[in-house]
Ligand binder design. Structure first.
Ligand code: R5P
Length: 290
């Protein structure tokens, strides 16, 4: 019970100062609930409005691919340089110390592997995302895939329903269907479908005409890196995406398969957050390269 004697009346109401209306710094997110904004603001840097997410969820479809053989040895040394870690619940529980306190984007759908047909996925229980203290849930959509499109849109819808209930943002991940052209028309459609179905963030691929993809998507877009490129090319990809309006990267192979992943993630950060050109980023990479 609070001490009731000596109750002091408030007398400093700042009457000369109007209460400021608060607006949120991420595109399309002004009307979200408090918990969603709180979690998004752990992922996206408040100064730059951007993020460098480190994706290492590849193992659930392809096993211990190059650079992911040992999460403890390959990935944990990179974690301090990432704004957010994207991985499956199995890897997070087994290999990522909870004491890191890093925002987690939890890969929240799983299913088939490279050994069969990709993308036949189901979504995990949101309760597990809550238990992991996830800052976001990532769910893949196979837009344009005759067999999996409807199922994966239903997966996203389910994740969004649950995410809205518990204040966990959902990132729609656009997987490129086998017969799909990797062009602005396709990525605009796929990204927009994610947003229309309630995704709070969209992860897609960079392409020619990417500014149209960003402009027609009402929520922040981050790009995947895709297959391993020479470091300068990967930094150019980041630069062009940012220049065209992306809100960051969710990058995997171009970081953990780099000849020096720790140097590479710092160079990517320089381009995404600090406005470095690809050449400057590459210079930083070479300077840091051990
Ligand atoms: C793909 O399903 C995974 O979500 C990866 O996280 C994504 O492709 C990003 O990784 P990368 O930069 O290696 O393409």
């Amino acid at each position: 019970m609070a001490d009731l004697d000596d109750l002091r009346e408030g007398n400093n109401f700042g009457l000369d100062t109007e209460v400021k209306n608060q607006s949120f710094y991420l595109k399309g997110c002004d009307n979200l609930d408090w918990g969603l904004k709180d979690r998004l603001s752990r992922i996206f840097n408040k100064k730059s409005g951007r993020t460098v997410m480190l994706a290492f969820d590849h193992g659930f479809i392809m096993g211990p691919t190059s650079g992911l053989e040992r999460i403890d040895l390959n990935i944990l040394p990179l974690a301090e340089h990432a704004d957010c870690l994207m991985a499956t619940r199995g890897i997070i529980r087994a290999s990522v110390p909870p004491t890191y306190n890093k925002p987690i984007c939890l890969r929240s759908d799983a299913g088939t592997t490279i050994l069969t047909e990709l993308n036949d996925n189901v979504v995990i229980d949101v309760a597990d995302a809550v238990k992991i203290n996830a800052s976001a849930m990532a769910v893949m959509l196979a837009i344009g895939d005759k067999q999996m499109e409807a199922k994966t849109i239903a997966n996203l819808t389910h994740a969004v329903n649950q995410g809205q209930k518990y204040g966990i943002p959902v990132m729609g991940v656009t997987a490129v269907g086998k017969d799909m052209a990797r062009d602005a028309r396709y990525f605009s459609l796929a990204s927009r479908v994610c947003a229309e179905n309630g995704a709070n963030v969209v992860k897609t691929y960079y392409c020619e005409g990417f500014s149209n993809v960003v402009a027609s998507c009402p929520v922040p877009i981050v790009i995947a890196g895709g297959k391993k490129l020479p470091e300068l090319d990967a930094l150019e990809l980041c630069y062009k995406a940012i220049n065209d309006g992306a809100s960051g990267v969710d990058m995997g192979r171009n970081v953990f398969q780099s000849e020096d992943p720790i140097a590479m993630i710092q160079a990517v950060k320089g381009v995404v957050h600090d406005g470095l050109s690809p050449a400057q980023g590459f210079e930083l990479f070479n300077d840091l390269k051990g």
